[in-house]
Every structure is written in C-alpha cells, then in structure tokens.
Design a protein around this ligand. Structure first.
Ligand code: HEM
Length: 110
C-alpha cells in the first residue's frame, strides 16, 4: 500500500487522501493509553498504601508496557504498509514568503 493507490480502478494515479484504518486505530490506541497512564498517575496517591496502591501501580505499568507494544507495532506498520500521504499544503516550503513579504515584514517600500 503505497501513497499512490487511490486511483487504481481508473488507472489514474491519485495520491491517498486519508490514513488507513489500522494507522488511525493505532493512533487512537496511543492517545487512549497515554491518557490512561497520565490519569492513573494523577490519582495514584489517592490509593491507600499496600495492596490498593500496588494494584494501581501494576495497572499503570501494564498499560505502559501495552503502550510500548502499540508503539512498536505502529512504527513497523507505518514503515512497511501504512498509507503515506503527501505533505500538508501548509508545509513551510509552500508558505515560504516571497520578496514582497520580506519588504512588508521589514517595513520597506513594496
Ligand atoms: C506516556 C506514558 C507514561 C506517563 C504519562 C506516565 C506518567 C507517570 C507519572 C506522572 C507518574 C508520577 C505519579 C506520582 O505523582 O506519584 C508516574 C509514576 C510511575 N510510573 Fe509512569 N507514566 C508513563 C509510562 C510508564 C511506564 C511505561 C512505566 C513502566 C513500565 C511506568 C511506571 C511507573 C511507576 C512504577 C511509577 C511510580 C508509581 C508510584 O508512585 O507508586 N510509567 N508515571
């Protein structure tokens, strides 16, 4: 799955316009896991010392390990099979100022 497969049916090469489902799911899994880790870390001191706090810490660590696994899967997927999108239109090279913009920014006559 490269970046040019959207137009396969017509034979016209059209760049992909959105990420594939797996890339999107991995992205949201990362977001949910990081949020859960942060949330647990914020409330971990509310747990009484002993078994409850140890359990909360264990959940934090298990989710952390899961996050590590998701990150590895994500890197492998993105480097091998995920859709590659063209650079965003607002990339720095697309909005680089022309000579008049520099005049404007420096207060020189245009
Ligand atoms: C994005 C990922 C992570 C975030 C945002 C995060 C956040 C935090 C924060 C803010 C604390 C301090 C909690 C406090 O105030 O006492 C903490 C504690 C801790 N974290 Fe994480 N963490 C992450 C990943 C991990 C991973 C991957 C592991 C281990 C595999 C881990 C193990 C621990 C442990 C053992 C503690 C000490 C808990 C305690 O006070 O008993 N964390 N984490």
């Amino acid at each position: 799955m490269g970046g040019e497969s959207a137009g396969v049916k017509t034979g016209v090469s059209v760049p992909e316009v959105s990420y594939d489902r797996r890339t999107i799911r991995l992205h949201w899994a990362t977001a949910v896991l990081v949020t859960a880790l942060w949330g647990i870390a914020q409330i971990i001191d509310l747990f009484p010392k002993g078994a409850p706090k140890i359990s909360a810490r264990s959940v934090h660590i298990i989710i952390g390990v899961l996050l590590g696994v998701v990150l590895v899967i994500r890197i492998v997927w993105r480097s091998r099979s995920g859709h590659r999108l063209p650079p965003a239109k607002a990339a720095l090279r697309d909005i680089s100022p022309g000579p008049c913009t520099w005049c404007y920014m420096r207060g020189l006559p245009r």
